[in-house]
Design a protein around this ligand. Sequence first.
Ligand SMILES: [Zn+2]
Length: 257
Amino acid sequence: MRLVDAHCHLHAEELAGVIESALERARSRGCTGWITCAVTAEDWEAAERFAASHPGVFAAAGIHPWYGRTEDLPRLERLPEVLSRGMVAVGECGLDTRIADPPMETQLPLFRRQVAIAREMGLPLNLHCRGAWAELLAVFRREPPPDPPGILHNFNGSVEAAAPFLDYGFCLSFGGVITRRNSRKLAAVLRRAWPDHVMLETDAPDLPPVEAPEKPNLPENICYVARAAAELLEESPETVAEQTARNAVRVFRLRLP
Ligand SMILES: [Zn+2]
């Protein structure tokens, strides 16, 4: 079984001290690739260093919509150089209408600039979106996404919400939420995106699966996400693991060890 975790934060402070043994257990369960996403400009080099010292871990850099400030806009001018040192995606970035601070007028210029950088660099996006489907699509009409466009991480929308993103060629990445197995909406969207537009993720240290609810969530728990996706798709876990790993390798151009 070969698995790739398309969205996690393995270099996060909360995982220091447990991450080395957790990565070993993830490897023993078949996981061979991880995309560790930085969330602030201060975090970019930490993700880069972690990836450089852990085989199979690749870094992505961006500014998460929760943490962006107006003064981050000039900081983004440094992003292309950081990305050019072997990073595989721009992210975690995106839009979130469910938080009041930072407001949309702060989030939007930061996100637009990151989309433009992704396109100029030819790197896919690793996107966060909560309640902002229309806002994302409005940005893409002015700032077209890169090719391939990338993923919507922890996808939690309907088939109708997914449709325009699938038309752009985005993949949908599913995580701990699908282990609840109680959402007909998610089952339907998973089947709609299967086989070529589905990826799996842990979002470790966040969003633990029901089988291992303790925090922090650990990368080894990707196997529960694969099992839940396999049940919902009525496929074998091996088939789901292999297909989603292949999608991650294709979109993020990963060279797995
Ligand atoms: Zn995340």
